[in-house]
Design a protein around this ligand. Structure first.
Ligand SMILES: [Zn+2]
Length: 216
């Protein structure tokens, strides 16, 4: 009940300026023990006013333009080679470490986006699972998967060429994934169910006991 009323309550309270306009209504389900799901509701706020932007103004250099042009050239070339219109370049200390293009249909690999392909190659070349100090230049604003992968890789910065909206216009929209992430599980288009939590926790228990684990 509250779940359905929540957005309306939020709208009402934000119109009265009781809660900020840049907040939204959230419903979160947590499992207590293994069986009892409990839902709690809250208004989530991001403080855009007091939060200092991490990169307020980036001076784009000639080198940045050169690497972005490389990513763009890869994206154009890839269309001719049967791939999707996306290219990415990973650079460290002014040197190209790896490049990637979209090979989803060519390789029958839904994860073969340009950025992920470039991350895989860069990590192999650098023999490390982190890309610290690396910059990713990608011809298109990253999708949720690639953005996540870039965060997991720990790159220092991301530059993109065309935008999510541009991609959406030619049939490569990824906004639905961002919207799905926001939704409670029971509202998502792909059913997702928790089960056998205690059994699945066994690996975590062993991990915690392990002395020689490589943390990341
Ligand atoms: Zn992607």
């Amino acid at each position: 009940m509250l779940r359905h009323l929540g957005p309306l309550v939020h709208l009402y309270l934000s119109s009265l300026r009781i809660i900020p306009k840049n907040s939204d209504f959230c419903a979160q389900r947590i499992n207590i023990g293994d069986v009892m799901p409990v839902e709690f509701y809250f208004f989530r706020t991001f403080d855009f006013v007091n939060q200092r932007p991490r990169m307020p103004m980036t001076q784009i250099t000639d080198a940045d333009r050169r690497f972005m042009q490389m990513a763009i050239d890869l994206s154009v070339e890839n269309v001719k080679n049967g791939g999707g219109p996306f290219g990415a370049v990973i650079v460290k200390d002014g040197e190209v470490v790896a490049t990637g293009t979209n090979r989803v249909t060519a390789n029958n690999d839904p994860t073969a986006h340009a950025e992920v392909s470039a991350i895989r190659e860069a990590c192999q070349r650098m023999r490390h699972f982190k890309l610290e100090g690396c910059i990713c230049y990608t011809s298109c604003e990253p999708c949720p998967m690639c953005l996540s992968a870039l965060y997991w890789a720990g790159v220092s910065a991301i530059f993109y060429g065309n935008t999510k909206e541009d991609a959406d216009r030619i049939g490569f929209g990824d906004d639905f994934i961002y919207r799905e992430i926001e939704k409670p599980y029971e509202y998502r288009s792909i059913p997702i169910h928790g089960m056998m939590r205690n059994e699945a926790l066994e690996a975590f228990r062993q991990w915690e006991l392990k002395d020689d684990k490589i943390e990341y």
